[in-house]
Design a protein. Structure first.
Length: 274
């Protein structure tokens, strides 16, 4: 498995002078996801929890709905100049009877660490319909629980503490317990890893959990939450206009600027109890 962090020498300059020292960087490597031996997408990610990432990606693209839809997932091909496996190619075998991805899911280009929908073969495929309606979620949470979540998440961001360069995502309960936390250089990859964990644990759909992200709430993250049947998405930073529109369209609660003792409620006020 590739390294999660990489050490590099830096020249540190500050008001007290300068010195040279090693610095930890968040690793970023490509992962090619194949389905049945056919290349589907390449995403730039932080190595680790790759099988979860693939499960979450395929869930959010509408390819699968449960762990039973995947027969196997294994690393293949991909060697470095010394003949060692790079663990950067993952091939997923769908269970018998599960339809393979259609052409609308295929990516013409690689997805960067900041964009999970770049290079869609067809823009019409960006708005996917979930088989699990997030509007059906009866998840409710109190504001005094919500305001504690960012600090709780930060405490569990082990790699962020050493690099300062990773996004994080988590599933949380009504009591504020974080069920799973995943980090990645890409915000969409962090969410895919969380959703992939839920798929493998048999926890999809997940109407009894909220999704917390350490950065902004983009269209793609709202879409991923909707595809998992999650009714509430909370973000530490701002949402985009399209994210708000999609959340409203799907009957979801969208929270932004969850910082300190305040937050902005953009849609679905009924799930937030004061």
């Amino acid at each position: 498995m590739g390294r999660v962090t990489v050490r590099r020498p830096v020249r540190r300059i500050s008001s007290t002078g300068e010195r040279r020292r090693p610095d930890s960087l968040a690793a970023e490597e490509p992962l090619e996801i194949r389905v049945g031996g056919k290349a589907l997408a390449v995403t730039m990610r932080t190595p680790g929890h790759d099988v979860e990432l693939a499960h979450g990606f395929l869930l959010s693209e509408g390819v699968l709905g449960s762990r039973d839809d995947i027969a196997a997932a294994r690393y293949c091909d991909g060697v470095d100049d010394q003949g060692r496996n790079t663990y950067n190619v993952l091939d997923v075998t769908l269970a018998p009877g599960v339809a393979p991805p259609d052409v609308g899911v295929e990516r013409n280009f690689y997805t960067t660490s900041s964009c999970g929908v770049c290079g869609k073969a067809a823009l019409d495929a960006v708005k996917l319909k979930s088989r699990f309606s997030p509007a059906d979620s009866r998840f409710e949470v109190k504001t005094d629980v919500l305001v504690k979540l960012p600090d709780t998440l930060r405490d569990q961001q082990k790699v962020f503490k050493s690099t300062g360069g990773l996004h994080a995502a988590a599933l949380f309960t009504q009591d504020g317990e974080l069920e799973v936390v995943r980090e990645d250089v890409g915000r969409h990859n962090a969410v895919d890893k969380v959703l992939g964990w839920a798929v493998q644990a048999g926890r999809i759909p997940a109407p009894g959990c909220g999704l917390l992200v350490s950065g902004r709430a983009s269209f793609e993250l709202v879409q991923k939450a909707a595809m998992a049947g999650i009714g509430l998405l909370a973000a530490v930073s701002a949402p985009s206009s399209l994210a708000v529109e999609l959340a409203e369209e799907n009957g979801m609660t969208l929270i932004g600027f969850l910082r300190g003792d305040s937050m902005n409620l953009y849609t679905g006020d009924q799930r937030v109890l004061t």
